[in-house]
Structures are given as C-alpha cells and as structure tokens.
Write a protein that binds this ligand. Structure first.
Ligand SMILES: Nc1ncnc2c1ncn2[C@@H]1O[C@H](COP(=O)(O)OP(=O)(O)O)[C@@H](O)[C@H]1O
Ligand SMILES: C[C@@](O)(CCOP(=O)(O)OP(=O)(O)O)CC(=O)O
Length: 445
C-alpha cells in the first residue's frame, strides 16, 4: 500500500495587495508556520470499472467527501452523497484529467486532511495530539468554523494536488523545482476553478514555494482552458501544465535575521471579493489618477522590499552594529537614526496613506480607521519595525514585523486599545510544500 504525506504553509501578503492582480507589480509574501497537511494511501486495484477518492477532514465534525471516478478523459467527478467541497472536487477533477488513470487498474484512494491551529478561530474546539503533531478538533463542519485568513483553501488545494499526484507519479519529489512547478500549475488551475475566478494566485504560490517575491501569471492562461466537460479539456490541461511557460516570478525571500512576523487576528471577517470589486470600480472611474496612485503605492512596495534586502546585507556586513540596531528597536530608543529603518517605515507609510485614500474614495474598507489606530499604536510598542493590514486589508487582521526578542502579547495584555486583537502563535517559514512522514499522523487523542 502506497502511503505518503505532504504539508504546505499559510501566507501573509505584506505588500502588493490589489496591485498584485496586475502582472506588472511585485508583491512580498511571507509563508507562515501554520500548515495544511494531507496523508494519502491507496488500496490494491480490484478490477472494477470505477474507483473512489475519499477526502476526510476529521477535525471538522468528521467531514468526508467521496468522489466516484469512472470512464475516461474528460473525467467527470461525482460526490456520492451530493456533499460540496468545491476545492476538493476541483483538485480531484484536475488530477484525474491530468493523470488519466485507468479505473480498472486503480485502487480506491483515501486522503486524510489536517490543518494546523492557526487557520481557524479556536472557539470551543478540542486540542488533540500524538507525539509529533497537534490539531484542533471542532464540532462543526468546515464551512461553519470561522477562518483567520491564512489561506486555508490554497493550502488545501496544494497538499491535495501533491498527495494525489504522488499516487499517479510515484517519482514525485517536492524538493525538485520542476515537480514544484507542476504542483503549482495544477493547484492554480484547481483553485481558480473552485473559486469561479482567477485571483492573483499569490496564496497558492506561497503554499507551493514558501516565502516569495511574487509576480503573477497571465490570467488568460486559465481563462482560455476549454470547459472541464469538453473533449479537448484533458489535453489542453496537460499542455498548459507541462509545456507552457507561465512567466510568473517566485523568488525566495526571507525576513532579515533577528526579525519575525506576528499576526494579530481582529476577528471581524471582511470579504475579499467585495473589496476587490469596489477597488476595481474605483480604479476604472478614476483613471488615470488611479494609475498615479497605484504607482505611488508601488514605489512604496519596492522601497519596502529593497529596505528589507538592505537589512539582510547590513546583518552580514556589520553584525555588531546590526545587533545594536536590534537592541535599539527592542528598547524603544531613538532607532530612527538608522536610515534603513526610516526607509522601511516611510515606505509602508506611503503605501498605507494611499490605501487610506482609496478606502475613503472607494468605500472598500482596506485600512479603515480602527485598523489605522491599531497599527499606529503598534508602532509605539517596543520591538516593532513596521506594520500593515495584510492582503486585501479590511477588518481581518494586522501584521507586524518585530524583533525576535520582543514580547508583543505581554506589552498589550492589559491595554484596552488592543482588546480586539488575538496574537496568533505563528512564525515565518521559508519552506513551501514539504514531504512529511505518514506515521506522524497516527491516532490523535
Ligand atoms: N481543513 C480543511 N478540510 C477540508 N476543506 C477545507 C479545509 N480548509 C479549507 N477547506 C476548504 O476551503 C474553503 C475555504 O476557502 P476560502 O473561503 O477561500 O477561505 P481561505 O481564505 O481560508 O482560503 C472551505 O469552505 C473548504 O471548502
Ligand atoms: C486583494 C488581493 O490582492 C489580495 C487578497 O489577499 P488576502 O490575503 O486578503 O486573500 P484571501 O485569503 O483570499 O482573503 C487579491 C488577490 O491577490 O487575489
């Protein structure tokens, strides 16, 4: 029996929100230590005309989806009890059309999904563990449990693609760039199809490649695929995944030494799709002034990215001065004498100011006043380099880049101004999709 396991990280888009939808702009995405996991196993084939792919998510009130696969390409995928999980369903459909297995020679497949605690609000969940891992078990189905915004669907799609692909392509090696690109392309297709729209794909790219500077692919690549039930679909999908250069950037990045990311969950969900629609409407109505504003935001984004790069070089060239700088930041002393810190703070200020302007003019709450207050107050805490509303912004969360030694929760514990914030126990993680040991997912009690 084949048995393999994979995991993939969540994400925070620190700069590049909205602009990243356009292939000309660069964004900076940090992969997070909260990971999605999938353990896959396959039974021996039993010479039937069909086989079953079961996806189990026992943490969510024992959720389970059973897909029946029969016939040949274009494979249509049918859930036996009519249960919906568009992300799981599209992964199964994409993988079947890409791998084109023969049903009589394929045994039933079981994929068990687990997600690390950071993805969902704790609520009344119960923590269960074994010697290797711990997960929270909720008493509601997946769609009823509130999310924290780390990109659960991108993580899910990426680990499911990796797990199912490993069944049909046993040589799959997630340390090889070529295989990662295959996983990426398949995951982007499945994720877009499940969402019913082509987003920028930064969340899927981070789940696959880890922390990256990302520039998107041309959305037409996916829009131009024939419908999934067309006789041309499977062949077009293979061509798109294997033979097409998607021309997207995914350069690996890492926060400079001595710094980490901390996310504050504000527990007040915003709908990204609605925000994006409002911003697009504002952009079109105000063109070409909106282009100038985007260019100012991009200037800030690029200056932030450069500043972070300069910090990394500074740490290598003058380690002792660099440590002094970290200490000044920790003690709240006058660290703005450091030009690099000034550059990074000014860059983020420039971006935030323009997003506040768009917030006012478009009615999309990208950085609404409560988040502005929270971020401004955060900048006064000891150890904070800078902070922003990640991704599409809204009321969801704030991200702070802080020194390793800072203790943000204890500085804010009894401070009413931070009463709406739950600091998530997360770290930056460079690695994207990773192979795990299947036995590490045995029996959680
Ligand atoms: N652990 C999980 N098990 C099964 N399905 C999951 C899991 N996590 C996420 N999903 C799927 O992803 C959907 C959430 O996706 P979405 O609303 O795009 O949120 P996000 O912004 O976190 O990606 C869920 O409704 C479910 O279909
Ligand atoms: C506006 C965006 O550029 C960024 C959205 O980032 P979020 O991290 O807020 O995304 P979701 O997890 O889908 O809610 C849209 C995009 O890039 O697709």
């Amino acid at each position: 029996m084949v048995n393999r396991a994979f995991s993939a990280p969540g994400k925070a888009l620190l700069v590049g929100g909205y602009l990243v939808l356009d292939p000309q702009y660069r964004s900076y995405v940090v992969a997070l230590s909260s990971r999605m996991h999938a353990v896959v196993s396959q039974a021996a084939p039993c010479d039937e005309k069909s086989f079953k792919v079961t996806i189990k998510s026992s943490q969510f009130n024992s959720d389970e989806w059973n897909y029946m696969i029969a016939g040949e390409a274009p494979f249509e995928v049918r859930e036996l009890d009519g249960r919906k999980n568009p992300f799981a369903e599209k992964v199964v459909e994409v993988i079947m059309n890409y791998c084109q297995p023969s049903p009589t020679e394929t045994g039933d497949i079981l994929v068990e999904v687990y997600s690390d605690p950071g993805y969902h609000s704790v609520g009344t969940s119960m923590l269960k563990r074994n010697s290797y891992k711990e997960f929270r078990f909720h008493d509601e189905t997946i769609t009823k449990v509130p999310k924290t915004g780390l990109g659960s669907s991108a993580g899910l799609v990426t680990v499911l693609v990796s797990a199912l692909l490993s069944i049909f392509k046993p040589s799959l090696n997630v340390r090889a760039e070529k295989d990662l690109v295959t996983i990426h392309n398949l995951s982007q297709v499945a994720h877009c199809q499940a969402q019913g729209k082509v987003g920028s794909g930064f969340d899927v790219a981070a789940a696959v490649f880890g922390s990256i500077m990302y520039q998107r692919f041309d959305p037409e690549l996916i829009n131009n695929l024939p419908a999934a039930n067309s006789i041309h679909y499977a062949q077009a999908l293979r061509k798109l995944v294997d033979e097409t250069d998607w021309k997207f950037e995914h350069e690996n990045i890492t926060l400079p030494p001595g710094f980490r990311l901390i996310m504050g969950d504000v527990n007040n969900g915003s709908e990204t799709t609605k925000l994006v629609a409002k911003v697009k409407a504002w952009y079109d109505l105000n063109y070409p002034r909106s282009l100038d504003i985007y260019q100012k935001i991009n200037e800030g984004n690029v200056s932030f990215i450069e500043g972070i790069g300069k910090l990394a070089s500074f740490s290598k060239e003058s380690p002792s001065e660099y440590n002094c700088m970290l200490q000044s930041l920790n003690s709240g002393a006058d660290f703005e004498t450091y030009d690099i810190i000034k550059q990074i703070r000014q860059a983020v200020d420039q971006v935030r100011a323009k997003f506040r302007l768009i917030t006012d003019e478009s009615g999309a709450d990208i950085e609404p006043p409560v988040q502005t207050q929270l971020l401004d107050q955060s900048l006064n805490l000891k150890g904070v380099l800078t902070g922003m509303v990640p991704g599409a912004g809204g009321f969801d969360a704030i991200s702070l880049i802080v020194t390793d030694n800072s203790d943000i929760p204890s500085q804010t514990r009894n401070d009413g101004k931070f009463s709406s914030v739950t600091w998530l126990n997360l770290r930056q993680q460079n690695t994207g999709v990773k192979e795990e040991i299947p036995e590490h997912y045995d029996k959680f009690t």
